[in-house]
Every structure is written in C-alpha cells, then in structure tokens.
Ligand binder design. Structure first.
Ligand code: ZN
Length: 227
C-alpha cells in the first residue's frame, strides 16, 4: 500500500481485510461562516467487525493528515444534536438515534445509504389480503368545476407591527360565475352548466345538489336487460 494513502488505497485495504475493518473519512467544511463535519469517504463494508473513523485535516503547508476520531458520536453530535443527551449515529447515513438498539435495528434492516432500498418480505405463513374492494370499481361520474372571480382592491389603513411577520390584505376575490361539467366513466360529457351572476354561490349550491340527485337516480335505476 502506498503512503500517504488516498481513497483508492483505503478501498484496497478494506477489500483485503474482507469484512473485518471498515473506514470512514470525515472532513471539516465551512458554510456561511459556520464550521461543520461532512463525510469525505464512506465505507461500503457493511457491519465490519471493527470500524474506524478518521478526520482529514490540512496543515499550514497544504499537506493533509488523518487524525483518529475517538468519539464519533460526540464529534458529529455537535451538529445533529441540539440537546445534551447523547445520540447514536449511523456510520453510513449519519442519522442520529436516541438509543443504541434503535441504531442497531436501523443497520440490521439495511441503512438506505448502503443498501439503496430496504426490502421487507412477509414472514413465513403471512397472508396478504386486499381490503378496499370498492376501489376496484370505476368512478361512474366525475364533476369538473371552475369558478371565475373578480379581484377588487381593498383599502387597508390597518397599522401593522413591523417587528413581527404580518399579512396585508389588498384584494377581495368576488365570485362572478362558474362552469360545471359532468363526465361519465366512458369520458362522455353528460351535463355542462355555465352560470354567471352575483348570486352564483347560491346557484352553485342548488345546481350541485341537482346534479347529485340526477346521478343517484341514474345509478339506482333498474334497467330491463331485454331492452
Ligand atoms: Zn443509516
């Protein structure tokens, strides 16, 4: 192995150790004047017997060095944890868990960062059933509606407290008309209503009630199959 080593060499080192050692490398970053720790190299070895976390640092001469991280949870916890309670962090996705057993479960089920997706097959003897039988039927009718409104300016002299967030009302949406289109399951338009007028809200409630009655009539009607 070459020294000083780069990520390729660490890949080889992990391969040669065959599941015994996994290595993550972290680095410091600066964003908007805030310092933090991010992953520089993430291991692909799952559940290695020993895991090592290293911090990559740069000295004044531009040379990089690796420093051993003794307590990874403490280091990463500074940016993920706002409480004083310790968090247990996943070495693959950096998510913090409040208990060790929750972290163990997360890794056992397959962390998404290494597995790509978590597959949970049903246990032996499990029966899978479909409950919502009614959703197998086509929706017999759909009503599409669209309202038109006039926007009217509002005079607003209310004094706002600019120390807090606030809303200024500047226009009113006054409904002036609507269109309703009833379509059946064969995509045929069975009704089309256009209404204009200042009383359109009352008219809408009345008309939608009539449409409902009409549809229920059609759906509950008994047809003679011989005709
Ligand atoms: Zn994870």
């Amino acid at each position: 192995m070459k020294y000083p080593c780069c990520n390729n060499d660490i890949d080889k080192f992990e391969d040669k150790n065959n599941g015994l050692i996994s290595i993550n490398i972290y680095q410091e970053f600066n964003y908007n004047g805030k310092a933090g720790i991010s992953v520089h190299r993430r291991t692909k070895v799952i559940n290695a017997k020993h895991h090592i976390s290293l911090l990559k640092i740069e000295d004044d001469n531009g040379k990089t060095h690796y420093v051993y991280i003794k307590d990874y949870d403490k280091l990463i916890g500074q940016q993920t944890n706002k409480t004083t309670n310790k968090l247990f962090h996943c070495r693959y996705c950096q998510h913090g868990f409040i208990r060790q057993d929750l972290l163990d479960n997360h890794v056992k089920r397959g962390c998404l960062s290494v597995e790509g997706q978590s597959v949970k097959l049903p246990d032996k003897g499990d029966v899978i059933g479909f409950l919502n039988e009614n959703r197998k039927f086509k929706c017999p009718y759909v009503v599409y509606g669209d309202f038109e409104c006039l926007t009217e300016k509002i005079e607003n002299n209310e004094q706002q407290n600019t120390d807090k967030s606030y809303t200024t009302k500047y226009q009113n949406h006054t409904p002036t008309g609507f269109q309703l289109t009833v379509v059946d399951s064969e995509r045929k338009i069975v009704d089309n209503i256009l209404y204009r007028g200042s009383d359109c809200m009352e008219a809408f409630c009345k008309i939608i009630g009539e449409i409902e009655k009409d549809i229920l009539n059609k759906l509950t009607k008994h047809w003679n199959v011989n005709n």
